[in-house]
Write a protein that binds this ligand. Structure first.
Ligand SMILES: [Zn+2]
Length: 354
C-alpha cells in the first residue's frame, strides 16, 4: 500500500473510534439511570452520584495524603466509570479528614461548581490543627461554600422521574419529628453526649421516584434518636449507607430498624469500622436482603461479617488494595435497582418498596 493510502485508512479508523466513544458517552448519559458509587477510601467515605440529567454530586472525599490514593480513586471513578470531567456539587458531611480530605486536591484537578457543608466552625475541639487543615478547603471553594441546614434541598435537576435530596440533620439539628410513631422508639438507650463533629454530620435523604436512599455521614447515637423518636419522619428506605463506617457509636437501632433498609452498604476499612455490634443491629433489620462491605475487616471474625461474596476488597493492607467500588444503579422509573461489586461484578436486582 502506498503511504498515502495507509494514512487515509488510519484517519478513517481514528474517526470511527472517536464516533464510537461519543456514542458510548451519550448512551450513558441518556440511559436515565441514577448511579451511586461507593468509592473505597480505606475507611473514609466518598460517594459519587450521577443523575439521569447528567449532574454529578460527591458526598465526602476520603483521606488526604497517601500519595493522593483517595483523590486518584475518586477521579478514576468519575472519569472512567461515569465519563465525567467535573463535579456539579461536592458536599462535606462534617469536618473530619476522612470526609473532607480531598476536596481541595480534587479542585486543583477538576472544576467543582458548588461546595456544600454544614458551615465552617471557628474551632474544632477534637482537632487542634483544624484552622490549618481547613485552609486549602477555604481556598479551593474561594470561601464560597454554601451552608446546609435541616429542611434544605440540594438544587439537583430532575429528568422524567422526580429526584430530590433533602437535608434531614445538620449541626445537631434535626427535621421536625413528624410522621407515624416509631415502633422502636422505646428501645432507645441514651448515651453520654458526643461533643465531636460526628454528631453534627449532615444527613441526606435522596428520593428518586419511589426509591429512597439515606446517608448520615458519621452521625452518632443520641442525634440519631433525636431524629427518630418518638415518630419516624423518614419512613422506610430501600438503600442505606451504614453510618460512620459501621462503628457502634452510631447505628442506633431506633434509626436502623425503623428505616428498615432492603440493602445496606458499609464503607469500612481493613481495620476501621465493620464492628460486630453494628452487624448484629443490621441482622435485626426485618427487610434486609443484602449487606455489602467495602472491606473485609481483618480484626473481626468471618462470622461477624457479611458473607465473602458481598465484600468488595479482602486485602489485609491498604497498600496492596485495588480499591474496588460498590455500585448501585437505579432504573429510570425508580422502581428497581441493581447493586454490584466493581465494574464487572455480578449484578443483583432489587425491587423498590412500593
Ligand atoms: Zn468518618
Amino acid at each position: 500500500m502506498t503511504g498515502h493510502r495507509i494514512r487515509w485508512i488510519w484517519a478513517c479508523a481514528a474517526l470511527l473510534a472517536i464516533a464510537g466513544t461519543n456514542l458510548a458517552a451519550r448512551a450513558d448519559e441518556a440511559d436515565g439511570r441514577l448511579d451511586i458509587y461507593f468509592i473505597d477510601v480505606e475507611g473514609g467515605a466518598a460517594t459519587l452520584f450521577v443523575t439521569p440529567a447528567g449532574e454529578t454530586l460527591l458526598i465526602d472525599s476520603g483521606y488526604p495524603d497517601n500519595n493522593g490514593r483517595d483523590r486518584d480513586r475518586i477521579l478514576k471513578v468519575l472519569r472512567q466509570e461515569a465519563g465525567k470531567s467535573h463535579l456539579d456539587h461536592a458536599a462535606v458531611t462534617h469536618w473530619h479528614l476522612d470526609h473532607f480530605g480531598n476536596h481541595a486536591a480534587l479542585a486543583s484537578e477538576i472544576e467543582i461548581k458548588n461546595f456544600w457543608d454544614r458551615g465552617i466552625p471557628e474551632v474544632l475541639s477534637e482537632d487542634k490543627k483544624f484552622e490549618e487543615r481547613i485552609g486549602p478547603y477555604r481556598a479551593a471553594s474561594q470561601n464560597q461554600s454554601r451552608k446546609l441546614s435541616v429542611g434544605d434541598m440540594l438544587p439537583l435537576k430532575s429528568d422524567k422521574t422526580p429526584l430530590s435530596v433533602k437535608i434531614v440533620t445538620a449541626s445537631r439539628d434535626v427535621i421536625p419529628n413528624d410522621g407515624p410513631p416509631n415502633p422502636f422508639a422505646k428501645a432507645h438507650q441514651p448515651r453520654e453526649r458526643d461533643a465531636s463533629d460526628n454528631a453534627a454530620s449532615l444527613s441526606f435523604l435522596l428520593a428518586f421516584g419511589e426509591f429512597r436512599f439515606l446517608c448520615c455521614g458519621d452521625l452518632t447515637w443520641n442525634v440519631e434518636a433525636k431524629l427518630m423518636t418518638p415518630n419516624n419522619p423518614l419512613g422506610q428506605v430501600d438503600l442505606f449507607m451504614v453510618t460512620h463506617h459501621g462503628l457502634p457509636t452510631s447505628n442506633n437501632p431506633v434509626l436502623v430498624h425503623a428505616i428498615d433498609p432492603v440493602v445496606a452498604v458499609m464503607c469500612n476499612g481493613p481495620v476501621k469500622g465493620g464492628h460486630p455490634e453494628t452487624l448484629k443491629t443490621l441482622q435485626g433489620v426485618k427487610s434486609l436482603k443484602a449487606l455489602y462491605q467495602l472491606h473485609r475487616n481483618i480484626k473481626v471474625r468471618p462470622e461477624d461479617q457479611t458473607p465473602p461474596k458481598f465484600i468488595a476488597n479482602t486485602e489485609s493492607s491498604s497498600d496492596t488494595c485495588a480499591g474496588t467500588f460498590v455500585k448501585a444503579s437505579v432504573a429510570p422509573d425508580g422502581k428497581s435497582y441493581t447493586v454490584q461489586i466493581g465494574k464487572r461484578g455480578e449484578r443483583s436486582t432489587y425491587q423498590t418498596r412500593p
